[in-house]
Design a protein around this ligand. Structure first.
Ligand SMILES: Cc1cc2nc3c(=O)[nH]c(=O)nc-3n(C[C@H](O)[C@H](O)[C@H](O)COP(=O)(O)OP(=O)(O)OC[C@H]3O[C@@H](n4cnc5c(N)ncnc54)[C@H](O)[C@@H]3O)c2cc1C
Length: 445
């Protein structure tokens, strides 16, 4: 099967513009991180980034993730992937291009599952960058296996009444819209995958009780209400209109899992390509240091162990890039054929764990080659390392994706009492097949 990741020269020119814009206009903001946490700091950040966002809009690159009929640019996953590789180098860049997680995924979700009213009320302002949103699924008691979620939504007249306990709802404390995964049916009756629905909950609805943003390895000193937090939330008798369900609720069958699959597929391509942007940055630091630092017996780049790191890092990144672009390409083919992304589930699952591993390994080596400097906040590597650790957990931990890949692979096989490659058995068959030509007496002696 032929693969083609090539894009036309006009798009290559756009990618080049993005590279330069991210490097020269956005990356310098990273060094001012401490400023945003001062009183009025986020307002200053908004004032600095507003003209940058305008420039992105002028270039026609704002919120590029949706198909044109849904308000996007129709890039498809390969081009979006290439774009996210560039944006991923800097944590601020996706927001300045209007396609940061989880808002981009939530807009995609509304695009595929929302009613015209939901799109007008929530999706369009989300695409316009008018507010932030949150995807509220994981609970303290259930994450990797979402069939165990316990947050319930029950119909009472024309309203859903939601009760439950969530955490790791990213950006909930600064969001206007929470998309809440709720149990709406009895798994014993409708099966586990039809027992859940996504319900739109405006954050200021009575009963939405944000307990705290949970500090993490990425942001150990995070304060509740700052951007990038992961909220713990109690939903206590939260009432929203019946029409706030996404994807319908025909005959008591929830669409939550079907929608989650649609939302997470493209999101994983974008994550994996953003990780490559981070990996490349760490790789650049690794190589620069290798050529610069002298130790006993010469420069580091002459040491075979260091050369091994460079070669391994390059190979892991290149494999991640090709795997991800191939997954993106397959998704584009499926989309063009009107088929579901779930037919690319193996490819998508592979990049999730492989990409996260490559990211982690390359940053780790880049820290190591910088010695004590790599461990300090004088370089971005320590923060990149802390962020990278989460990649092996969010959007499903490594192990779950490996289970998916293994299951899909195993479907191609069946059990065999005698191994298919068992040489004596194959030899007997070969003797029978070629009996006319063989000296049977010699073979049987
Ligand atoms: C930075 C960050 C942001 C996040 N943002 C969001 C968000 O916005 N919204 C949201 O809803 N959630 C979010 N999450 C939560 C994330 O999706 C969950 O952490 C993830 O799905 C795993 O669930 P869990 O933490 O409950 O782990 P558990 O389900 O308790 O699993 C724990 C571990 O068990 C192992 N394991 C699990 N299943 C299997 C299996 N089948 N086979 C073998 N081993 C297995 C894995 O090692 C796994 O890490 C975020 C998490 C992080 C770290």
């Amino acid at each position: 099967m032929a693969w083609d990741f090539q894009t036309e020269p006009e798009f290559e020119a756009k990618l080049e513009w993005m590279r330069s814009f991210v490097r020269n206009e956005i990356m310098p903001l990273e060094t001012l991180d401490d400023q945003w946490r001062e009183p009025g700091g986020w307002d200053r950040f908004a004032a600095i980034t507003a003209p940058l966002k305008e420039e992105v809009k002028r270039q026609g690159l704002w919120a590029a993730h949706l198909p044109p009929d849904m308000g996007g640019l129709g890039f498809g996953q390969v081009k979006l992937g290439l774009m996210h590789e560039i944006l991923g180098a800097c944590a601020y860049a996706p927001a300045i291009f209007g396609n940061q997680a989880p808002d981009s995924g939530n807009a995609e979700l509304l695009a595929v599952g929302g009613t015209p009213e939901q799109k007008a009320q929530w999706m369009q302002p989300l695409l316009d960058g008018k507010f932030r949103s949150c995807f509220s699924m994981t609970e303290p008691g259930a994450g990797a296996d979402p069939t165990r979620l316990t947050t319930r939504a029950e119909l009472d007249g024309d309203e859903w009444v939601i009760n439950g306990h969530k955490w790791f709802s990213s950006n909930a404390s600064i969001a206007e819209l929470l998309i809440v995964m709720c149990r709406t049916g009895d798994p014993a009756e409708v099966g586990p995958y039809k027992a859940f629905s996504m319900i739109l909950v405006p954050r200021h609805t009575p009963g939405v009780n944000i307990l705290r943003d949970v500090p993490t390895m990425s942001h150990p000193d995070h304060r509740t209400g700052e951007p990038g937090g992961h909220a713990e939330i109690l939903y206590e008798n939260v009432r929203v209109p019946k029409d706030n369900i996404v994807g319908g609720y025909e005959a008591g069958l929830g669409q939550g899992f079907a929608l989650a699959q649609k939302r997470l597929g493209p999101g994983r391509i974008h994550h994996a390509m953003r990780w490559l942007g981070q990996s490349q940055r760490a790789f650049d630091m690794l190589c620069e240091r290798a050529l610069t630092r002298h130790v006993s017996g010469g420069v580091l780049s002459d040491k075979q162990m260091i050369q091994d790191w460079i070669a391994e890092s390059y190979a892991e990144m290149q494999a991640a890039r090709l795997l991800t672009l191939q997954a993106a390409w397959k998704m584009d083919q499926l989309h063009a054929a009107g088929r579901h992304y779930s037919d690319a589930r193996t490819e998508i699952a592979v990049i999730k764990f492989w990409g996260a591993k490559a990211l982690y390994n390359v940053i780790d080596r880049a820290i190591q080659i910088h010695g004590s400097l790599g461990y300090t906040t004088d370089l971005p590597l320590e923060a990149m390392y802390r962020n990278a650790r989460a990649a092996r957990i969010y959007d499903g931990p490594d192990e779950v994706h490996k289970v998916t890949v293994a299951r899909q692979m195993l479907k191609r096989y069946k059990e065999s009492e005698v191994p298919t490659e068992h040489v004596p058995t194959r030899r007997r068959a070969a003797i029978e097949k070629f009996a006319d030509y063989l000296d049977l007496a010699a073979l049987n002696s």
